[in-house]
Design a protein around this ligand. Structure first.
Ligand SMILES: C[S@@+](CC[C@H](N)C(=O)[O-])C[C@H]1O[C@@H](n2cnc3c(N)ncnc32)[C@H](O)[C@@H]1O
Length: 343
């Protein structure tokens, strides 16, 4: 199966206007074949792939006109995303928080479906697809950086998550949204659309890194690691002022509550060490790897800073940040997870 992309039906672009009970997937979809993609998506031809990318300053970015997502999507970033996928699995102890096993358990005559928003390299989807071979997974992104040859139960699609999904109302069992806070400006609108496609009792899972790291002992990072604080303050302000991206991670439980579409909303925090300062050998190894990923992140974010109000200090801020994460023990980055059930 090659990468496919969503082609908006000409007659009706807004599926929210459809009858909530109208099935989009017919029964032939449930036999493990790709019949569910035949009408609404077409295969991306190899010669079309380059149009999804643009090169700037020797790095590869998405070429999507309206997504504010500022990071490159090249090999370094893909490696970082895959590293974070492994790290999160160790940190959380599973591929996801929430009652996933119970929700996706095999049930005769029922096809379970999971959608991953901003899937990137699709590593989370591929791991899940191996664990749940009877479940069908859809990974959507604006760039085709996932494998072109996924297993039989995975479909990667090109789709802008700020547009209505092609899936009919109430047909999806789980929607997974990880590290997409820089991809969207209107999280409220996204939750409405997620609420539309999830079936009653379906699960929404979000996982976002807090925008600014903290100190493991609760002390003030602005005092203990001032250059980390300065770098992330500049990042946060640049994202807000230049790209209109707010720090949504802390707001997600409230937005879910306010939507009135979700219940059993549970938020959790997981702290990942940055650097090899922990004494526990496993955490030490994790912290070491995480710092390597932070170095890649710093290089990518420096490019973003160069395009905003902190441009003149981008280099100094980046070097200061790198210095602190190599010299100050006790810095952690917090992953905020939320899971909730569709009412
Ligand atoms: C930080 S990566 C996260 C990838 C993946 N969720 C993970 O956790 O490994 C964010 C992804 O969102 C994608 N993205 C950005 N804007 C998007 C949009 N409007 N619609 C769909 N995907 C988008 C980017 O191309 C990128 O692959």
């Amino acid at each position: 199966m090659a990468i496919e992309y969503f082609r908006r039906p000409h007659h009706d672009t807004d599926r929210s206007a459809m009858d909530a009970d109208e099935p989009y997937f017919d029964q032939s979809d449930d036999d493990g074949t790709s019949s569910d993609v035949s009408d609404d998506v077409v295969e991306v031809r190899s010669d079309e792939i380059p149009q999804y990318f643009e090169e700037r300053e020797g790095r590869l970015f998405h070429s999507h006109g309206s997504s504010p997502y500022p990071l490159p999507v090249d090999a370094d970033e893909q490696q970082r995303q895959n590293g974070l996928n492994r790290l999160l699995r160790r940190l959380i102890g599973d591929s996801s928080v929430g009652p996933v096993r119970e929700l996706l358990a095999f049930a005769t005559g029922e096809q379970r479906r999971v959608v991953d928003l901003g899937t990137g390299t699709g590593q989370w989807v591929l791991d899940m697809a191996r664990e749940f071979p009877h479940v069908r997974f859809y990974g959507v992104d604006i760039v085709p950086i996932a494998t072109r040859y996924p297993p039989h139960n995975v479909i990667f699609e090109i789709h802008d998550i700020m547009e209505p999904f092609r899936y009919a109302s109430r047909t999806i069992d789980m929607v997974h949204a990880r590290s997409i806070s820089m991809a969207i400006r209107d999280y409220r609108a996204l939750l409405q659309e997620v609420g539309r496609i999830l079936r009653r009792g379906g699960l929404f899972v979000s996982c976002e890194w807090s925008r600014v790291p903290a100190m493991a002992d609760g002390s003030d990072i602005a005092l203990r690691a001032p250059r980390v604080h300065a770098f992330f303050t500049a990042v946060r302000e640049t994202l807000r002022m230049s790209l209109g991206i707010a720090s949504v991670a802390q707001q997600i439980p409230r937005l879910l509550e306010e939507s009135r579409l979700f219940t059993n909303i549970e938020a959790k925090r997981f702290h990942a060490p940055i650097g090899d300062w922990p004494t526990d050998p496993e955490m030490k190894a994790m912290g070491h790897e995480f710092r390597e990923m932070m170095v890649v992140y710093a290089r990518s974010m420096r490019e973003v800073l160069l395009g905003g109000p902190y441009a003149a200090h981008a280099e100094e801020l980046t070097q200061g940040y790198l210095h602190d994460i190599h010299t100050v023990p006790g810095i952690v980055s917090t992953c905020l997870t939320v899971h909730a059930r569709r009412v």
